[in-house]
Write a protein that binds this ligand. Structure first.
Ligand SMILES: Nc1ncnc2c1ncn2[C@@H]1O[C@H](COP(=O)(O)OP(=O)(O)OP(=O)(O)O)[C@@H](O)[C@H]1O
Length: 239
């Protein structure tokens, strides 16, 4: 992202964002509520438009619309707080739909790969069920499998564990940690500082629409540079 700006009405929600994420890098985005973290994530796969600046994925600018946009969404997987599975499709159909439609895979190939991915995230035994029959943690793991089925170049996670009961958070973070260790390129908005410490190559701190500072988890957590970051860390660490 280079010089990206976005407004919601009078609110300048992304202010001149410069951010480069390298292949295989895991970047955690943290910051106070309303600082623009979700909007940043959503802008990267064009769920939000932006007014100025540029965003490139793998050297190519974001497409505007049409088939190219569907391909972009396949290349840039997104996992939301609220899972966003298709309620009236089975778990297996949720994972095969994109590969069949967008990646033009055969039904057989898509189902074979889907079952491998569902096994990988530990929900293959639920393949014929519907999302509402699964726990939140299981649904979120299906959402991760669904993104992975598209063979994304990068995965965005927007507070993927915020809607989960505490005992289900670990099972989702474990899947994300193994993805990180395997070299997936990831941008993760999260309040899970343990995960950030364990899995992140870099922590980006946003405040009031701007990237205020960034560094390795060790540097950022032990030696934040700005008063706002110190204040934010003081609040979440004593929370
Ligand atoms: N669709 C929208 N229309 C108008 N304002 C919006 C919209 N989406 C977000 N905003 C505003 O933009 C600002 C940034 O929101 P955003 O959700 O990106 O912040 P955030 O850092 O992810 O917050 P949180 O941690 O609470 O999820 C907030 O003030 C929010 O109210």
């Amino acid at each position: 992202m280079k010089g990206v700006n976005k407004h919601f009405g009078d609110l300048h929600v992304l202010k001149d964002i410069d951010l480069t994420v390298h292949r295989g890098e895991v970047v955690i985005v943290i910051g106070p509520s309303g600082s623009g973290k979700s909007t940043l994530c959503r802008t990267i796969n064009r769920l939000e438009t932006f007014e100025s600046g540029s965003i490139e994925i793998d050297g190519k600018p974001l497409p505007e619309e049409g088939a190219d946009l569907a391909r972009l969404r396949a290349d840039v997987g997104m996992v939301f707080q609220s899972f966003n599975l298709f309620a009236h499709k089975t778990i297996l159909q949720n994972v095969t739909l994109g590969p069949i439609k967008v990646r033009k895979q055969s039904k057989e190939a898509a189902e074979k790969r889907a079952m491998e991915l569902l096994a990988r995230v530990g929900v293959d035994h639920q393949a014929s069920k519907y999302p509402a029959q699964l726990s939140g943690g299981q649904q979120q793991r299906v959402a991760i499998a669904r993104s992975l089925a598209m063979d994304p170049k990068v995965m965005l996670f927007d507070e993927p564990t915020s809607a989960l009961d505490p005992e289900m958070i670990t099972e989702v973070l474990d899947v994300m940690t193994s993805l990180a260790k395997e070299g997936m390129t990831m941008v993760v908005v999260t309040h899970e500082m343990g995960f950030a410490n364990r899995a992140a190559d870099r922590v980006v701190f946003m405040s009031d629409g701007a990237v205020l500072e960034q560094g390795t988890p060790k540097d950022f957590f032990t030696n934040p540079q700005t008063d706002r970051a110190k204040d934010f860390l003081g609040k979440i660490l004593t929370h």
